[in-house]
Design a protein around this ligand. Structure first.
Ligand code: SF4
Ligand code: SF4
Length: 70
């Protein structure tokens, strides 16, 4: 699950918002920063972390394992 977006590193490019297959990330255009909006929808696909040009996003693989439904 996405863990954090580092505002100091974020340039507001919007790549993470565009590449997220769910509705997790929201680009706050006033602040020109990406924000986590619907955390519970994250499916830990790592797209955002891979696409971010400044490595501002951290997706935690361990939390995803804990969310398995068994
Ligand atoms: S890991 Fe995938 S689903 Fe989760 S916020 Fe990033 S792009 Fe969206
Ligand atoms: S991809 Fe990275 S730099 Fe671009 S808006 Fe998202 S967090 Fe910010």
């Amino acid at each position: 699950m996405i863990e954090s977006i580092n505002e100091e590193l974020c340039t507001g490019c919007g790549s993470c918002d565009l590449c997220c297959p769910m509705d997790v990330i929201y680009l706050n255009e006033e602040k020109e920063k990406a924000e986590i909006r619907y955390l519970e929808e994250c499916m830990t696909c790592f797209n955002c972390e891979l696409e971010c040009p400044t490595e501002a996003i951290y997706v935690d693989p361990i939390k995803a394992e804990k969310l398995q439904p068994w």
